[in-house]
Design a protein around this ligand. Structure first.
Ligand code: ADP
Length: 190
């Protein structure tokens, strides 16, 4: 049973690493950003609500996000473990996830923090914006997302470090190189 979180600033390569690492351990990668984007493109009520926040680089309200994650984690494929990407992002989400897991007599095994320098991140996000046409990747919105991350999400790594769950991994390098670092860190600490 492997229950993992992956954290790191926007542009740290979380999505890519989440998929590789989840495949390696045979668990689903659950990305709140992907779920919001899929809902936005289908124009579901959830997607319409989320899009307003995403376009501004702000967080979707906790209640909306928490309900969505609770629902996703109750699906059968998450019963054998999961890797959450992009959640939790606020202290309220940390507490909510704690309570969802406690209800299942479950707990997190590791929290991976991808460490990447800020200059590198802005360059990566601008490149991705050009390639994918993401509406949340203009320079102004990128700066807001980094600011929101520093303010609200970076402190969460301290919470998980205190619990002895945090594994910090250098996020610079080729995709496969970084994935191997993550897999090794998890294996070495399991
Ligand atoms: P990135 O990692 O590049 O910031 P994501 O794909 O993880 O992008 O998320 C895109 C957007 O989706 C966020 O900027 C935010 O608006 C919304 N979002 C994703 N996860 C959460 C969350 N846990 N809480 C609130 N909003 C979220």
């Amino acid at each position: 049973m492997t229950r993992l979180l992956i954290m790191g600033p926007p542009g740290a390569g979380k999505g890519t690493q989440a998929q590789l690492v989840a495949d390696y351990f045979g668990i689903p990668a659950i990305s709140t950003g992907d779920i919001f984007r899929a809902n936005a493109s289908e124009q579901t009520p959830l997607g319409i609500e989320a899009q307003r926040y995403m376009d501004a680089g702000d967080y979707v309200p906790d209640e909306v996000t928490n309900n969505m994650v609770q629902d996703r984690l109750s699906q059968p494929d998450a019963g054998n473990g999961f890797l959450l990407d992009g959640y939790p992002r606020t202290l309220a989400q940390v507490e909510f996830l704690d309570s969802v897991l406690a209800d299942q007599n479950a707990s997190l095994e590791h929290v991976i923090e991808l460490v990447v320098d800020e200059e590198e991140i802005v360059a990566r996000l601008l490149k991705r914006a050009a390639e994918e046409g993401r509406t949340d990747d203009s320079e102004e919105v990128i700066r807001n997302r980094l600011h929101v991350y520093q303010e609200q999400t970076a402190p969460l790594t301290a919470v998980y470090a205190e619990r002895g769950l945090l594994l910090r991994v250098d996020g610079l390098g080729h995709v496969e190189e970084v994935a191997a670092r993550v897999e090794n860190a998890i294996t070495a600490n399991s």
